[in-house]
Design a protein around this ligand. Structure first.
Ligand code: UDP
Ligand code: MG
Length: 308
């Protein structure tokens, strides 16, 4: 098996037809020896039945049915763990990642030019506000995590077996795959492409899911937030130590003003800073808790496959 393409789907019934026909045509044009692993992430609409109908016509489609909705990163992980190809690709299922770009990625990998080829978005169509937030996230993430050159690269990518083993050996519970992919190193290259607007339907990554993913990414790759707390805390302590000396001296010389407003202000200030910092520390504690539970990333209800 030469190539495995992993696609997670969650309630994408209206996209299935266009997605599969376009992807199969694109793959057939450069590498007919492939498997298409579609992960049904607990869809409640007609996604699964239409996938299975398509599978009857093309047994190169394998459908992994998860036992419920585990989220996009877990669904990708499930597909990656079951991929058998020499090269393995990850692609969103709403046609925002054009399947034709897989050909360019494949060319670079098959020629041995690199180990990982990721899509780099040169332009984005679709929701302006959301794209703006995504850009801010990528800017921050890259700087906080100290991972260079991955700006504007999302999940869309193709890698060889060595890189896949490395990626899957990073078995943490809180997963942000584009970050993990940058972390493993190897020879990485970027294929530029324009990210399309979603083919149909609404985004299945709600704003809440996206924000969770963004904080997961930053907190699992960066100690800057907790560092920042420590630094601001230390500076604060120094300032208040000096202020304390001044207050004592003032008291000693008897010119202290019995002002309770300044007292209150500093209590408020310190109180709020402490709460924020507790929150940041709490983020890390939560992640330690998650890791120590060691729960599986997903459960599979059934793998649907036909003999080839
Ligand atoms: N998706 C999934 N599980 C989820 C949410 C999304 O498998 O819980 C799939 C979704 O069907 C799509 C891909 O992940 O194929 C990307 O989702 P979406 O387009 O909503 O994300 P966005 O483009 O907003 O980042
Ligand atoms: Mg999308």
């Amino acid at each position: 098996m030469q190539l495995s393409v992993v696609i997670p789907l969650y309630n994408e019934a209206t996209v299935v037809d266009a997605l599969l026909s376009r992807t199969l045509a694109a793959l057939d044009s450069f590498c007919p020896d492939f498997e298409l692993i579609v992960v049904d992430d607990g869809s409640s609409d007609m996604t699964l039945p239409s996938l299975l109908a398509y599978q009857q016509a093309d047994p190169r489609i394998r459908v992994i049915e998860l036992s419920r909705n585990f989220g996009h990163q877990a669904a990708f992980t499930a597909g990656l763990e079951h991929a058998r190809g020499q090269f393995i690709a990850m692609m969103d299922g709403d046609l925002q990642d054009p399947p034709e770009v897989l050909g360019a990625m494949y060319e670079r990998l098959a020629s041995g030019q690199c180990d990982v080829a990721s899509g780099k978005r040169t332009e984005r169509h679709g929701n302006k506000a959301k794209n703006g937030m995504t850009n801010i996230f990528h800017f921050l993430f890259q700087r906080l995590a100290g991972l260079r050159g991955m700006e504007n690269a999302g999940n869309f990518c193709m890698m060889n077996r060595d890189a896949l083993y490395a990626l899957l050996s990073l078995d943490e519970r809180v997963r942000y795959l584009p970050g993990l992919r940058a972390f493993i190193g190897f020879r990485q290259e970027y294929v530029e492409y324009a990210r399309d607007a979603r083919f149909d339907g609404t985004a299945k990554m709600s704003l809440f899911k996206l924000l969770t993913l963004a904080t997961d990414a930053i907190f699992s790759f960066s100690r800057t937030p907790v560092r920042l707390c420590l630094t601001i805390g230390l500076v604060g302590a120094l300032v208040f130590f000096i202020a304390g000396i001044y207050v004592l001296i003032a008291k000693g010389f008897g010119f202290a003003i019995p002002g309770w407003s300044s007292t209150l202000l500093s209590i408020y200030f310190l109180g709020s800073i402490q709460l924020v910092f507790l929150g940041v520390v709490g983020e890390y504690v939560y992640r330690i808790y998650k890791e120590s539970q060691r729960r599986p990333h997903y459960f599979i209800r059934k793998i649907h496959e036909l003999p080839e």
